[in-house]
Design a binder for this molecule. Structure first.
Ligand SMILES: Nc1nc2c(ncn2[C@@H]2O[C@H](COP(=O)(O)OP(=O)(O)OP(=O)(O)O)[C@@H](O)[C@H]2O)c(=O)[nH]1
Length: 661
């Protein structure tokens, strides 16, 4: 498209349109002196121009008055359209210049369309009109302004409207114009009186299709009658094209991803960028972005060189992660798509899109870190979505289950014993759904049976408050359970004999008394110790004494019921708690124990015996009082010669002695 060439100045479609327009059209630059850029065929005919127009001064073509009026209108900075009535040049009819701002080869320009006024009023104009009407390819209708009848139509009109000429000539303009008839008549009146010559209408074709048209309409005098001569320009495609351009433009400006173009040279510059590019690269203006050398945006030149090499080899690179630097020096993670193309001047250019994925990248890195951590954990971690589909299972979980189960219920069935599954399904999940989390000790099925686990179920809700995920963390607590049991045992047992210690005995007694009260059961206590134990130590040494103590507990324990409790009360003194046992039963048991000890072989110690005090605990009797009664009974057993069982004084008659052998 060369400057001054009379064809296609604005791109093919629009250029063709202007070229074909039977009205003179000039394009002048919107700057000082308004240099002439273009004249269409009709303008060349009107002004009698030949050859290149670029060097011509268009003002010289006009008379003084017209030139001043036009220059005044063109000088209006704010105006986008204007209309100036001109006298016309020598021998030509007057015209109305319709001014419209436009672009000429990327520069601001004015389009001047000259619509002849009252063409028919001058004698000798008819042949020119007839020539234009029949030979010019533009669509033309001749209309009777009185009733809107279509009097004549040229071949282009017949082709455009799709009616045979005869049919077209039987129609009125109101039959093809979509506007209300009264408005059409008002328009025709304005055109007839030359008040308005340019119209935008919508015309209906024979096939029913509606087209957008620009209509230049003015009066002509033919065969001594006044008609309206209308030149119809179909602008439907242009309008659509403009609307599409508008959409693209809007898209370009509002896209959240950066769209760019830059030169191939790494030291080059951005030459086009949408607003998102400014945001991504923290540029205050397009100027700031365009003036920065490309290399300033590269965080890792090696990475960029590889990118450019691949681009040169393949012509395009799709969605490659790149580390880039903003104008403020901040590192960003971007995904870049680039295409290589040859610009108009033959230079290589790159264009494409940049997506700032810094936040997504950080989230991904975080997720990878967490996954790494969770995989390193011996705890079993699983996450299910709102539909109970398992979406994550850490390494410990995968090792336990082998594969990722599809649903939470599958995972529960595969992992938990029935009781735990029920507990989780019936209590755990509903509770966590309501309160956000649930914690309990459950179990998983191990190779050698159940493994106790602590189980935490955590639910997460989305911004609408709907359940988004259900996460479960299970920790094997079998070791802890073992330690706990050991600790509990040691806290409540005597390490030498394995008997319950005094503290635990007191606790058990309190619990047993409550139970006895509830059930109306009796409860007896027996206090006993080894006779002359000091001698054992003195004669055989302390370790033999220890052996005797342990063996005695072993011997006695074998004769007790499960519910009976044997405690080492202190030194070589023991206490028995006998739930549900009345005094007589306790005495019988004490006697059995006494005999068993007497008969036991405590080698190397001969003749070990023991003495017993027995009491039934009164319903409301304080324990201390009962201990005292037992102590007295044991004292009596010792005093009476040892190796015997003595009954404690009954509660009512404390002080009396009773001896049972
Ligand atoms: N070997 C050993 N001896 C203990 C232990 N606890 C206490 N004794 C000893 O048990 C003996 C208790 O002696 P005493 O209270 O005089 O009673 P006893 O010699 O059995 O005399 P009677 O009870 O009157 O028959 C003391 O010598 C303590 O040192 C222990 O754990 N191991």
């Amino acid at each position: 498209m060369n400057e001054g060439n009379s064809t296609a100045p604005f791109g093919d479609d629009q250029g063709r349109l202007l070229y074909d327009l039977p009205l003179p059209v000039l394009v002048v630059g919107a700057k000082q002196d308004w240099p002439l850029c273009y004249a269409n065929e009709a303008a060349r005919h009107y002004f009698d121009l030949a050859g290149e127009v670029a060097s011509m001064s268009w003002q010289a073509l006009l008379g003084n008055a017209d030139r001043q009026a036009l220059e005044a209108a063109l000088a209006q900075q704010e105006t986008t359209t204007a209309s100036v009535v001109c006298q016309g040049i020598d021998g030509q009819p007057p015209f109305e210049a319709l001014l419209r701002r436009t672009q000429w080869q990327g520069q601001a320009a004015w389009q001047l369309t000259l619509a002849p006024l009252a063409q028919g009023t001058r004698a000798g104009n008819e042949p020119f009109y007839q020539q234009l009407f029949n030979t010019n390819p533009a669509i033309k209708l001749l209309i009777d302004p009185c009733d809107g009848r279509i009097v004549d139509a040229n071949a282009s009109a017949v082709a455009f409207y799709g009616y045979p000429l005869d049919t077209l000539k039987q129609l009125k303009i109101t039959d093809i114009n979509c506007m209300a008839p009264e408005e059409i008549h008002a328009g025709m009146a304005r055109a007839t009186s030359c008040q308005q010559l340019f119209f935008e209408f919508r015309h209906r074709l024979a096939n029913g299709e509606i087209r957008d048209v620009h209509v230049y309409s003015g009066p002509v005098l033919l065969r001594e009658r006044e008609y309206l001569h209308s030149i119809i320009v179909d602008v439907t495609d242009e309008k659509r094209y403009c609307a599409q351009l508008e959409t693209y433009n809007e898209l370009f400006h509002n896209l959240p991803v950066g769209v760019y173009r830059h030169t191939a040279d790494p030291r080059g510059h951005f030459s086009a960028a949408n607003p998102a590019m400014l945001r991504i690269f923290e540029a205050d203006s397009h100027r700031a972005l365009f003036s920065a050398p490309m290399s300033g945006f590269y965080y890792c030149p090696k990475e960029i060189n590889r990118f450019l090499t691949d681009l040169e080899r393949d012509g395009a690179v799709l969605r490659r992660p790149l580390r880039l630097r903003t104008l403020k020096g901040r590192l960003i993670h971007a995904e870049v798509t680039a295409y290589r193309q040859t610009a108009t001047g033959g230079d290589i250019e790159y264009s494409g899109i940049v997506e700032d994925v810094t936040e997504r990248y950080a989230a991904q890195v975080n997720q990878e870190r967490l996954t790494h951590l969770l995989d390193a954990s011996p705890d079993i971690v699983s996450i299910a979505d709102a539909d109970h589909r398992v979406v994550y299972l850490n390494k410990a979980g995968r090792e336990l289950l082998g594969i990722l189960p599809e649903a939470l219920s599958d995972a529960l069935t595969a992992v938990h014993p029935l009781w735990a599954r029920r507990l989780i399904q019936e209590k755990g999940i509903p509770y966590a759904m309501e309160h956000g989390h649930w914690y309990a000790e459950t179990a998983v099925l191990g190779r050698d049976g159940e493994i106790p686990v602590s189980q935490l179920i955590v639910t997460r809700r989305d911004e609408n408050g709907d359940i988004e995920s259900i996460a479960t963390i299970m920790r094997d607590i079998s070791q802890a359970k073992r330690y706990q049991a050991e600790l509990e045992y040691h806290a409540g047992h005597d390490p030498l004999t394995g008997a319950v210690n005094r503290n635990r005995f007191i606790d058990l007694l309190v619990r047993e008394r409550q139970e006895a009260r509830r059930n109306g059961r009796v409860l007896s206590l027996v206090m006993f110790d080894i006779d002359h134990f000091k001698r054992v130590n003195d004669t055989f040494g302390h370790s033999v004494g220890d052996m005797v103590l342990a063996k005695l507990v072993h011997t006695c324990s074998a004769l007790l019921r499960e519910v009976d409790v044997l405690a080492r009360w202190g030194g070589e003194e023991f206490m028995l708690l006998l739930p549900g046992t009345p005094l007589a039963g306790a005495v019988t048991l004490a006697e059995r124990l006494r005999r068993a000890v007497e008969e036991e072989d405590f080698s190397p110690v001969p003749g070990i015996t023991s003495s017993f005090g027995v009491a039934e605990l009164g319903l409301d009797e304080p324990e201390s009082q009962c201990y005292k009664r037992l102590d007295e009974a044991l004292y009596r057993a010792k005093a009476d010669g040892r190796n015997r069982v003595c009954l404690a004084e009954p509660l009512e008659g404390a002080g009396k002695r009773r001896r049972v052998q």
